[in-house]
Design a protein around this ligand. Structure first.
Ligand code: PGA
Length: 255
């Protein structure tokens, strides 16, 4: 099955409403018209800029995603945001389990297991982030860690919805460090994740898009995206510049 590449920019804690308003026209003028585009493009923005992004992206085919979501429908969860709050704004998807949230906000596989079915049921496309730390890689624990993260997070997703999820393999040691995984390392880990999905459903494994994330830049994107199992990229720092981000999208177009 041919999978459409997907390049998503993760702004993290960048992007006031004014910055979001300035950003979109500069990105859109550099993307192929939506009818000719062979790559899906997404922007993961802070909650406060989501409505501005949805408005600015209207008709462009660029998806707008949140960076987190609570699993409960509503209730006593101060500071949290529900799926319905996102869909009301016209948001298309949500990043779940980013390593910065696992590290700083106690996000764990158990909560993710609840969040994924909630996002899917609301019509939000989830990008589930997984990846090992440097210590885990050095100790030969990469596969064990990925297996635990993928199996646990996907446990309550029915087989026929698995293919609707996007997974981002983001080795923690490569995020924001300038140390990109080699194309071979990215391919190896992503092929392993695809095999984990295949243990549940071969059909879903052929359909599911698995991205690489971690210090993707305009000058290294093409080599990573050329790997057969790498279906795109989740781009942090380099997505803040719309010119550079559009260059990474172009690299995926040529893949
Ligand atoms: P980075 O971040 O590209 O700045 O390394 C990637 C991510 O955290 O999604």
């Amino acid at each position: 099955m041919k999978r459409k590449p997907y390049v998503a920019g993760n702004w993290k804690m960048w992007g006031t409403r004014r910055q979001a308003r300035d950003y979109f026209p500069r990105l859109l003028e550099r993307l192929a018209p939506v009818a000719e585009r062979t790559v899906d493009v997404g922007i993961c923005a802070p909650f406060t800029a989501l409505d501005v992004c949805v408005e600015a992206a209207r008709g462009s085919g660029v998806r707008v995603l949140a960076q987190n979501m609570h699993q409960a429908a509503e209730g006593a969860h101060t500071g949290e945001i529900s799926a319905a709050m996102l869909t009301e704004l016209g948001v298309d998807g949500v990043v779940l389990g980013h390593s910065e949230r696992r590290r700083d906000h106690c996000e764990n596989d158990r909560a993710l297991r609840e969040k994924l079915p909630v996002a899917l049921a609301a019509g939000l496309e989830p990008i589930l982030c997984v990846g090992e730390t440097e210590e885990e890689r050095e100790q030969g624990e990469t596969e064990r860690r990925l297996r635990q993260q993928v199996w646990e997070a996907l446990e309550d997703v029915p087989d026929d919805r698995l293919g609707d999820i996007v997974i981002a393999y983001e080795p923690v040691w490569a995020i924001g460090t300038g140390r990109t995984a080699t194309p071979d390392q990215a391919q190896e880990a992503i092929a392993f994740i695809r095999a984990l999905v295949a243990d549940r459903s071969r059909e879903a494994a052929a359909k599911i898009r698995i991205l690489y994330g971690g210090s993707v830049k305009p000058d290294n994107a093409a080599d990573i995206l050329a790997q057969p199992d790498v279906d795109g990229a989740l781009v942090g720092g380099a997505s803040l510049d719309p010119v550079g981000f559009a260059t990474i999208v172009a690299a995926a177009e040529e893949r």
